[in-house]
Structures are given as structure tokens and as C-alpha cells.
Design a binder for this molecule. Structure first.
Ligand code: SME
Length: 166
């Protein structure tokens, strides 16, 4: 049985490197994309401090994201591409690091407690098919190390999982 191992949170590069190792072990032998996304949200929720939401949205059509597995409060189900931080990450095909969500035009507040956000697009064969979304109640919670760390976790997930069937 897999059990997440405690990590020293003070060293971010150590944290994400250890998380990447644990994620690879967690996903070994399983290619179901929803199961793997669910377990990655649980791993993040358990191991990464100061988050109030961690989870996924997947494209169900070229212009709409639909809620996937997550940990946190109930969330908005559908987000149009180009809307909010998640929709912007898809439209711009890049990670969105938002230090203060109140300053982001069009931010979609699923949980009023959220103050900063990091959204990583999920890309397979050059095509965006979803996003990994992290929210924090702390302003300025995410920096370039967090971005690099979560981009690495997202890449491991994509590599370890089959494409989502619609
Ligand atoms: N804040 C996001 C919406 C998703 S929730 O944070 C879970 C956005 O602006 O796209």
C-alpha cells in the first residue's frame, strides 16, 4: 500500500523533488487518467502546506473546461476557455501564477478564502487537455519554485496516464 512520507517543507526544491519521486511510485502500474488525477490531488492536499484547493479541470470541448478530481470545497463546474485563471491558462497555453487573485481581471472565486492561485496547463502531444489548479488562502503563496515543482508533477501525471476518453 502507498503511504505518503513526511517531507521537510522548508526546502522547496527538496519538497517537489521528493513529491515527484512519491508521485511516480504512486502512479506506477496504473494508467487511468481520472484515478491518477484523483490521487495526485490527494497527495498535494496531504503534502503541500497552505493550500485550500488542489485539483483538475479537463476540456470537454475545445471551449469549455469541466471540473475533475479535486480536494477542497465544492467548486464551479464549468469554465469557458479564456475565462478566469484556469481559462486563461488554456487560452494562453502557459502556467498562470497569480499572487493576488483580487488583481486578476475575471478571476472566478469558487472559495472566497482564496487569495493566490497557480494554474498549470496539462499538455499532451502539444495539445492542452486540462489544467492543474492550486489555490491558497495566503496572498503571494506561489513563487517560481512552486511553478517549476507543480509543472514537474503535472508532466509526470500526463506521462504516466492514458488520454482521457470523452
Ligand atoms: N479560480 C479559478 C476557478 C476555479 S477554482 O479556483 C477551484 C479561476 O479563476 O479560473
Amino acid at each position: 500500500m502507498f503511504a505518503a512520507q513526511a517531507i521537510d517543507h522548508h526546502d522547496k526544491s527538496e519538497l517537489y523533488s521528493e513529491l515527484a519521486t512519491q508521485l511516480s511510485a504512486l502512479l506506477e502500474g496504473e494508467r487511468d487518467p481520472i484515478a491518477n488525477a484523483a490521487n495526485l490531488s490527494a497527495l498535494i492536499h496531504e503534502m503541500v502546506p497552505d493550500l485550500n484547493w488542489a485539483g483538475f479541470y479537463f476540456l470537454q470541448s475545445p471551449d469549455e473546461l469541466v471540473l475533475g478530481p479535486f480536494q477542497g470545497k465544492v467548486a464551479c463546474v464549468r469554465i469557458a476557455v479564456g475565462k478566469g485563471v484556469c481559462g486563461a491558462a488554456v487560452a494562453e497555453r502557459r502556467t498562470m501564477l497569480v499572487p493576488d487573485v483580487h488583481e486578476f481581471p475575471g478571476h472566478i472565486a469558487c472559495d472566497a478564502a482564496s487569495r493566490s492561485e497557480l494554474v498549470v496547463p496539462l499538455i499532451r502531444n502539444d495539445v492542452v487537455f486540462g489544467v492543474l489548479d492550486l489555490d491558497s488562502p495566503l496572498p503571494g503563496r506561489f513563487d517560481a519554485d512552486d511553478q517549476a515543482g507543480f509543472e514537474r508533477l503535472a508532466a509526470i501525471l500526463v506521462e504516466a496516464s492514458d488520454p482521457i476518453r470523452r
